[in-house]
Design a protein around this ligand. Structure first.
Ligand SMILES: [Zn+2]
Length: 91
């Protein structure tokens, strides 16, 4: 049996792998792409997990933004070569 690394779970109806994204989890509705079965998340039961996922997603987005900023900053302001700033010491 081939197991995929993609996040998800087997469809309770047809056993086809249903891939879940954070967005689909947040929307509370997941569809099986194979048999079109609609799955609904129980909000109360999954709230804790969703909150954690939400925070994780938020953190990832912030981290990505920070990373983009850092890369952009490095690109705009390249580090000056050390040779031009520091002179060789004289004895
Ligand atoms: Zn299915």
């Amino acid at each position: 049996m081939l197991m995929s690394d993609a996040p998800g779970f087997p469809c309770p109806s047809c056993k086809a792998p249903i891939s879940t994204t954070l967005q689909s989890l947040f929307s509370g509705r997941i569809y099986c792409s194979n048999c079109k079965l609609e799955l609904r998340l129980e909000e109360k039961a999954s709230r804790e997990a969703l909150t954690a996922a939400h925070r994780l997603d938020d953190s990832i987005q912030k981290a990505e933004a920070m990373k983009a900023d850092a890369l952009d900053l490095n690109h705009v302001q390249p580090k000056a070569p050390e040779r031009s700033r520091s002179r060789p010491r004289r004895p």
